[in-house]
Design a protein around this ligand. Structure first.
Ligand SMILES: [Cu+2]
Length: 233
């Protein structure tokens, strides 16, 4: 009768003592527009033209790249109970008003942070926020006031406008956790360091609204979450 080997190989023993690898990966993907991209719509400026026309202005409600990559889509994990908090950056996030345009058009900041609204135009702006969960702000920013801080305590989706230049438009996402990101001009995005498991991703675009999709983060490697955003009916 053969003896059954019961000795545990030394290699396995060492493996058992080694720290467990973190079973986490990144969710990466590209959002594309599922329709015929409308041609960029130029904006007619009616005020402070000398300063405002330092840059070309187009309607940024739907920014589609040549290959249909969709910019400015906010991607986040829904019901992210175990999500880490978004770390407050060492420097305050900034919203620049340059050439009568908000830079960036869509920005994600952590809840509890203070956003510095900059006036680099040397003319009067009037920031007007349309929040759901934070106090609204409607405040003139004269040309000499270069920086105006606004604190955002609670998670929110905030539309930004300027009451002097009615075409100025932007969005601020006040994120409750780190699993938020915004798609780049080519539509690509990445949410880092998500533990293995099944998740629901939310895709939000200012003109097209919200969509969801399922994604599975494997024990090793990244999860692909390419998404075709349905065109508006
Ligand atoms: Cu303005």
């Amino acid at each position: 009768m053969k003896r059954i080997a019961t000795r545990i190989p030394l290699g396995a023993f060492c493996l058992a003592l080694a720290p467990l690898p973190a079973l986490a990966g990144n969710i990466i993907g590209k959002v594309t527009y599922g329709g015929v991209a409308p041609p960029p719509k130029p904006i007619t400026m009616t005020k402070d033209k000398e300063v405002c026309s330092r840059e070309q202005h187009f309607d940024e409600g739907l920014v589609v790249a040549a290959d249909k990559g969709l910019a400015n889509v906010v991607v986040n994990i829904k019901d992210a109970k175990n999500a880490p908090k978004m770390v407050l950056p060492p420097k305050n996030p900034q919203l620049d008003q340059r050439s009568c345009k908000f830079h960036p058009h869509v920005q994600i900041i952590p809840a509890g942070s203070t956003m510095e609204v900059l006036n680099n135009d040397g003319i009067l702006h009037n920031i007007h926020t349309y929040p759901k969960n934070n106090p609204p702000v409607n405040q003139a920013q004269p040309k000499f006031k270069k920086v105006m801080p606004i604190k955002f305590e609670k998670p929110d989706t905030v539309r930004l406008a300027c009451d002097v230049h009615t075409w100025m438009s932007g969005w601020l996402i006040v994120a409750p956790n780190a699993w938020y990101t915004v798609s780049a001009p080519d539509g690509t995005f990445k949410i880092e360091n998500v533990p293995a498991g099944n998740y629901t991703l939310s895709y939000w675009q200012e003109t097209l609204g919200s969509q969801t999709a399922q994604v599975t983060v494997p024990a090793t490697g990244d999860a692909k979450a390419d998404f075709v955003f349905p065109a508006k009916k």
